[in-house]
Design a protein around this ligand. Structure first.
Ligand code: PGA
Length: 248
């Protein structure tokens, strides 16, 4: 069975005061039975990692540059994330693909760099509303997976997050049938490409996951957890999602 993961994507939210939310989460889940990862803005990674040092809650980045260093103003390398205390990194989020024009080819290079530095990767894929309406969801998602995940990856440190762009931050969620269809297709593709390793790669659902809909989503076949944006910012909300995953 793939590991179960509740990952929080804080996006461009959070300052020192927000670390109180992490303390509250830790108080609620001193020993979570699922993997819990929080990906804060880069400015908070090191402080959050210190807060969580020795705990079961991990810290991740939200992107990294493919190069190990150099003249890349504003960028952060995978090794720098590790140095700051991160163990994971989100790659190819639709907001990065849209805001920064990141292609699947670039995401693949980032993934190679991240894995070489020992980071677990959470590779995001998902269709736009226009693509769903045009009935090309499965083609889009499979093309992104093919392009974004490097050949020959093996470990459970490779995680896929299916995030329909139209469900992110909108309160709109696909039906459980729609989630099941895409997750089954992703699982089949991972197994075909990576064999046994592909069967163990967690596949997360992301897009408007809340405490109120988490249990229903986690009951869907091939859903191994969630990548959570807005509802990961408050310990009370994220706790409800972690609880639902623990009992799924
Ligand atoms: P949301 O974001 O939970 O706020 O919809 C999910 C994401 O973008 O990872």
């Amino acid at each position: 069975m793939p590991r179960k993961i509740a990952a929080g994507n804080w996006k461009m939210h959070g300052d020192a005061a927000a670390l109180a939310e992490v303390d509250a989460l830790l108080a609620t889940f001193p020993n979570p039975t699922v993997d819990v990862v929080i990906c804060p803005p880069a400015t908070l990674i090191e402080r959050m990692a210190r807060h969580l040092d020795g705990s079961a809650i991990a810290v991740g980045g939200q992107t990294c540059h493919p190069a190990t260093g150099g003249a890349h103003t504003g960028d952060i390398s995978a090794a720098m994330l590790v140095d700051a205390g991160a163990t994971h990194v989100i790659l190819g989020h639709s907001e990065r693909r849209a805001d920064h024009g990141e292609s699947s080819e670039q995401v693949r290079a980032q993934a190679q760099a991240a894995l070489a530095s020992g980071l677990g990767i959470i590779v995001c894929v998902g269709e736009t509303e226009a693509e769903r309406d045009a009935d090309v969801t499965l083609e889009v998602v499979s093309g992104q997976i093919d392009g974004s995940i490097p050949d020959g990856v093996t470990g459970p440190g490779v995680v896929v997050a299916y995030e329909p762009v139209w469900a992110i931050g909108t309160g709109r969620v696909p039906t459980t049938e729609q989630i099941a269809e895409v997750h089954a297709a992703i699982r089949a593709q991972l197994v075909e490409r990576f064999g046994e390793a592909g069967a163990k790669m967690p596949i997360l659902y992301g897009g408007s996951v809340k405490p109120g809909n988490a249990a229903e989503i986690f009951a869907v076949a091939n859903v191994d957890g969630a990548l959570v944006g807005g509802a990961s910012l408050k310990a009370a909300d994220f706790s409800g999602i972690i609880s639902a995953l623990q009992t799924a």
